[in-house]
Design a protein. Structure first.
Ligand SMILES: Cc1ncc(COP(=O)(O)O)c(C=O)c1O
Length: 398
């Protein structure tokens, strides 16, 4: 076949070819079902252990009914940005409820968790500020810091000693921010928040806490990492999202009245984009109510029972699940090709668990990222454990 002439797309084609050669090419798989414990992919019914719908709320009848009602009342689109005319009353109700959940004065909803992180960090961090950043923080946090004019210093994962030494060395007049996930999204471990907050007090720093995976999951009431550690500090800016345990969509920041007013005036990812659809806001509000009711408490209890069962079984079998302490359980195989093969073998056995590869995780740390839901049955978890055991033995991982 004749060589294709060089076009402006050739460098992209070369990059894609190189990604494929290194088992790093990504692709989109269509799903023909809701985000439940069973999903349909490529026409096949699969048991899913790969999403973030921890409490099963994404298809909960109460959230669906709230969305349908909102569509009938408000229509499907907001029609404008929040500061123009898209700020439906649903926002106010939702933000009051978020502030209540997070025990803060106020809250503001962003279009997504990603835009909450990018918009807030890039707005708050001033020129020359020191930003101390856990190495395994989510990409959206990094993008937010990169958009600011702060000085980024990455510390080793959860390394409090290194964090303290970086705080200690900074000039007295330099403002400092400590940015951390509450639950780390690819490892499922929990940030040492008590130590971080204590350093923030000692060295006069502000903590930015990404509670995307902790909201609805950690703490008796589902308030997140602060509740889990019984910490209440006005040095913490709490970020969260509705897109994980809360089953809906949209991000938020909770904090003081001043902070929230400042973001409404300055955060570009809030100002220069259309407001969320009413159906989304209504579902989010229904989710917030539900997680604080008896049903939510029961779902959280079941989520943790399922999580403990799977974590213990995998550890007993000899799998490396790192420091996972939450419904996010990584099965570390390290080799990229092995992670892909493992994921494909699981797919053949009817189980959907994604292989997570660089750049989402550091080089040499590829893994299967497993997640548990409150709505998984005992039989489904038992089938997963048995299948992992068979494939693990076959691939000589255990
Ligand atoms: C830790 C963390 N922060 C932020 C986000 C972004 O949230 P969203 O999906 O709502 O944009 C995610 C998930 O994608 C996440 O895992």
């Amino acid at each position: 076949m004749e060589n294709k002439p060089h076009t402006w797309e050739t460098p992209f084609e070369n990059t894609l070819a190189s990604l494929a050669e290194n088992h790093l090419l990504r692709g989109l798989t269509s799903t023909d079902s809701g985000a439940n414990t069973s999903i349909i992919q490529n026409g096949k019914k699969m048991l899913s252990f790969g999403g973030n719908n921890y409490l099963g709320l994404a298809s909960h009848p109460k959230l669906m009914a709230a969305s349908i009602d909102a569509i009938q009342t408000w229509g499907v689109g907001a029609g404008a940005s929040r500061l123009i005319s898209g700020n439906s009353r649903l926002y106010e109700t939702l933000e009051t409820e978020i502030a209540r959940l997070k025990l803060c004065e106020a809250a503001v909803v962003f279009p997504s968790g990603y835009t909450a992180n990018v918009g807030t960090l890039s707005t708050l961090i001033g020129e020359g500020d020191l930003v101390l950043f856990d190495r395994l923080n989510h990409a959206s946090l990094l993008d937010g810091v990169r958009l600011s004019k702060g000085k980024l210093r990455v510390y080793r994962h959860k390394d409090i000693k290194q964090l303290e030494s970086l705080l200690f060395k900074r000039p007295a007049n330099q403002k400092a921010w400590i940015v951390t996930d509450g639950i780390f999204s690819m490892d499922g471990d929990i940030a040492p928040l008590p130590e971080i907050v204590s350093l923030a007090k000692q060295y006069d720093a502000v903590v930015y806490l990404d509670d995307a995976h902790a909201t609805g999951v950690l703490g008796k009431e589902g308030r997140g990492t602060s509740e889990y550690f019984s910490i209440h500090s006005d040095r913490i800016i709490q970020m969260g999202t509705f897109s994980k345990a809360l089953g809906s969509f949209g991000g938020f920041i909770a904090g003081s009245n001043t902070l929230i007013q400042y973001l409404i005036n300055k955060a570009r990812s809030l100002i220069y984009t259309t407001a969320l659809p009413p159906a989304v806001l209504a579902a989010s509000y229904a989710a917030l109510q539900l997680i604080q009711e008896e049903e939510g408490v029961a779902l959280r209890k079941k989520l943790w029972a399922n999580t403990d069962q799977l974590r213990h079984a995998l550890t007993d079998l000899g799998f490396d699940i790192g420091d996972s302490a939450t419904p996010i359980i990584p099965l570390r195989v390290n080799d990229t090709n092995l992670a892909l093969t493992f994921s494909n073998l699981l797919f053949e056995a009817g189980i959907a668990i994604p292989a997570i590869r660089p750049p989402t995780v550091p080089k040499g740390q590829s893994r299967l990222r497993m997640t548990v839901m409150a709505t998984h049955t005992q039989a489904e978890i038992a089938y997963l454990i048995q299948t992992l055991k068979e494939i693990g033995c076959l691939s000589k991982i255990i």
